[in-house]
Design a binder for this molecule. Structure first.
Ligand SMILES: *Cc1c(COP(=O)(O)O)cnc(C)c1O
Length: 378
């Protein structure tokens, strides 16, 4: 039986050599690869500064501190995200205030943001979900009107554009992530980008125990953390940046193949849509099961029996037990986010998938769905 994982990184030979070179160099942290990675990254995204960190989550934490967000503050964000985005708000003692999403792009619905603004609101933490930008023009307009900061969680959407502009360039700072399932990987890692020298300097210091940049003084100006990225990871990152364009192009092709082989079954599964202002950078390929009688989780089991890994993507954050207890949220509070969470199915999706693989996966998905529907009718 063929086995298909959900995600799979593609590492180049140059990447292997780069990591090995670091191991042999003796300089395993705070060395030249870190600087080179940051330099190339900021050039690619188009910001003045980039600060590499140990994970996307660490990066989000530092951007919250750098934005001066703390106890008593509120940050408006999306319930349809990976838990790290709203956890970062909690790390600094502030309150994540959720707002429901758009049913087509699964990003924050700008028309629902203003009703969530209170005198305590300090920022909007925009999450660009699945490889597609949020509707930035209306969000920026709201932020300006109410004097709120914008911080972007761009962890899933590297090189996605909105009206021709890269995500990561809209807010006072933005964060990218390099876990192995992302469009590019460093094993573990993240990157903060900003045009503010002050934020850049603060984040570089905070990731390194709050040490001042003049290392001779060994002074600690702030309560810092160890959120450094090691040289091995940075070397891998450099090699991934070099092929990122082609990695995303390959993902785009796989998405097109899924579209080709699933379009005929649009009555059963709803396919992802790209908003007109956006170019998609394809973090995941998520379809939605249309028949409300089909239990998505059963579908996942049936596909697993055929060697095809699929996943619910994503659960709504406000319904995690920890969040329910903390915020008092319950089912029904964000109906669109919940509806997407209950019906979404991420299919195997990575650059190594060829046309025959996609055909095979689609044939099995459709077969399993057909069998399921027949069984329900009985
Ligand atoms: C991947 C991801 C992060 C960061 O994850 P790390 O595993 O800490 O690198 C943050 N937000 C979103 C939306 C993500 O998908």
């Amino acid at each position: 039986m063929k086995e298909y994982p959900i995600a799979r990184p593609l590492i180049s030979k140059t990447g292997e050599r780069g990591v090995l070179g670091v191991l042999r160099s003796g300089c395993l942290s705070l060395g030249p690869k870190l600087e080179e990675f940051e330099y190339k990254f900021k050039k690619m995204v188009g910001t003045k500064y980039a600060c590499a960190v140990s994970s996307g989550t660490a990066g989000l934490h530092l951007t919250m501190i750098a934005a001066g967000i703390g106890p008593g503050d509120e940050v408006i964000t999306s319930p349809f995200s990976f838990i790290a985005s709203s956890n970062a708000v909690l790390y600094v003692g502030a309150k994540p205030v959720f707002t429901d999403i758009d049913p087509v792009t699964y990003n924050m619905d700008p028309s629902k943001i203003e009703e969530k603004i209170t005198p305590k609101t300090k920022a909007i933490l925009v999450v660009h979900i699945f490889g597609q930008s949020a509707a930035m023009s209306p969000i920026i307009k709201i932020a300006k009107k109410h004097k709120l900061k914008i911080i972007e969680d761009a962890c899933e959407s590297i090189l996605a554009t909105y009206k021709g502009k890269n995500v990561g360039t809209f807010g006072e700072s933005a964060v990218f992530a390099f876990y192995p399932n992302k469009q590019m990987t460093t094993g573990e890692g993240g990157m903060i980008v900003t045009n503010s020298k002050k934020i850049y300097k603060l984040c570089s210091s905070l990731r390194n125990q709050g040490r001042s940049s003049n290392i001779q003084w060994l002074d600690h100006k702030y309560l810092g953390y160890n959120y450094r990225m090691a040289e091995m990871n940075a070397a891998l990152g450099i090699s991934q940046l070099a092929i990122l364009g082609s990695l995303i192009e390959k993902r785009r092709k796989v998405a097109k193949l899924y579209e080709r082989y699933l379009q005929k079954f649009a009555g059963m599964v709803e396919l992802p849509a790209v908003a007109k202002d956006n170019t998609h950078s394809w973090f995941v390929y998520v379809v939605r099961v249309k028949n409300p009688k089909i239990k998505r989780n059963n579908l996942i089991k049936l596909l697993a029996e055929r060697g095809i890994a699929t996943k619910p993507y994503l659960p709504s954050i406000h319904l995690f037990s920890f969040y329910k207890e903390l915020t008092g949220h319950r089912k029904g509070d964000f109906p669109i986010s919940e509806m997407i969470s209950d019906t979404s199915l991420a299919l195997p999706f990575y650059p190594g998938l060829g046309e025959n693989d996609v055909k095979y996966i689609c044939r099995n998905v459709v077969e399993v769905l057909n069998n399921y529907e027949k069984q329900i009718q009985k």
